[in-house]
Every structure is written in C-alpha cells, then in structure tokens.
Design a protein around this ligand. Sequence first.
Ligand code: FE
Ligand code: FE
Ligand code: ZN
Length: 277
Amino acid sequence: MFKIGCHISSAGGYLAMGREALALNANTFAFFTRNPRGGRAKAIDPDDVAAYRELAADNAFATVVAHAPYTLNACAAKPGLRDFARETVADDLRRMEYIPGNYYNFHPGSHVQQGAEAGIAMIADMLNAVLTPEQSTVVLLETMSGKGSEVGRNFEELRAIFDKVELADKLGVCLDTCHVWDGGYDIVNDLDGVLAEFDRVIGLKRLLAVHLNDSMNPLGGHKDRHAKIGEGNIGLAALVRCINHPLLRELPFILETPNDSAGYAAEIKLLRAAYVA
Ligand code: FE
Ligand code: FE
Ligand code: ZN
C-alpha cells in the first residue's frame, strides 16, 4: 500500500488532523508536536484523541510521523538549551503514547563549534536519558543537509549516534530526500548506490520513513531549502523512482514542500498516479 501524506497543522487537535489528511487523500501525515519553535504543548484532550484513533483505524491510516520542534538542540553549547531539548523530547514522548505505535522524528542537533564527535555524544546522552523500554513510539533521527554545524550530515554520523544509545531498538532513521541530496548523496543518478551505502553504514532495517522533498540547491550544496515536487534540482522522475524503489516503496512518504492544502492535495494526487501498485 502506498503511504503518502504531508505536514498538517496540529492547531485544531488530532481529529482535525485526521480529517484534513482524509480531505487531502493522504493516509499518513506529519505534525509538529508543539509550536515548531518549541513553546509549551497544548493539553491533550482524551476525547479528541479517541475520536482520531477511531477515524485512523476506520481509514487504515499508516504510521504517522510526528516532528519535534526544529529549534531543539540536543548538542547546544549551553547546558540550559540541552536541558530544554531533553525535557521537551521526554514530554513529547509521553504525549506520543496517546497515539501508540507511531514515529517521532527529530533533527539530531547542531554542534556549534564543539565538533561533531562532542555533538554525537550529547545527542546520545539525551536519547539515553529519555528513551524507555516501555515506549511504543519509535524515535527517528533525520538525515540532515550539513548546513552550518548540523550533526547527521552523513550516514556515518547517524550510525555513531546509534552505537552510543542503549535502547537502539527504539530508534530509526527518516531519510529526507532534499537533505541527503544537499548532503552530497546522488539520489538522482545513483539511488541504488545511495541505498547500498545506507545499508552498509546504518542498515536498511533502520530506515523507517522518508521526507519526500525536491531541493532548490545542487547536489552537495549543504543548504536545505525544499522545493515543490518536480520544481527543484532532484526532479519529478527521480522522486518517482524513490516512491517505487523496492527498498523504499512500503515506507511512509511525507511531503514537506512549500505548499498550502491545495498544493499538497495536487502533489499527493500526482504521486498516487505515479506509484506502481
Ligand atoms: Fe525535519
Ligand atoms: Fe525533513
Ligand atoms: Zn529540510
């Protein structure tokens, strides 16, 4: 089954997100667990969650891919910022248990001149502090473009985090097509080779979701600016090869393209037509 969706606003609660997904002909989606800049989360309404879960079951929704606020930095230089990241992720993971068995994706962090090795150690420390054996949520590390001092700029850095986390079975990877392209992985001309490299370094069993975005920048640009599907340097043909690739085609694909609802609906329609059932 093709699992396709996009970012949906969480402002109206869970049932509203489920209805919006249906209206877009999506069967998965992403949402920010709180203000993307990282403020306080709204209280969860159990009735709203129950109504959402019924709708998701009735409509055979695939695993959804929540997104942590993108300003969290688990490897900030200031201890207060690292504490904030840890407390926010811990709170988000408690809240994710209201919708059990889904994914929670986060940007590993930016090491801000402390070096990648120090950053990797701090990210692993954060994960070791928040992951619990009981949780049903799988935490996804996102592949990053390598803008600034981002950690996760290549597969090796993500592998190094996995190797330091005790409950690594609670972890996976979300591959962002714009970010890996900007990071220098040529998914246009050598998708097979990129996936073979992913398998060699991290292991394909860790690859659990895809952020499907085109890129405004060239291969290896280390910029991270998303383009609409088919309007960037990756292009429609290469993105269609991604959704149909035997090693990717069963994963949830989340659009994070610069679109309003109508634009997302159009991209979902385009990709559904291009998916080889
Ligand atoms: Fe992201
Ligand atoms: Fe992404
Ligand atoms: Zn991005």
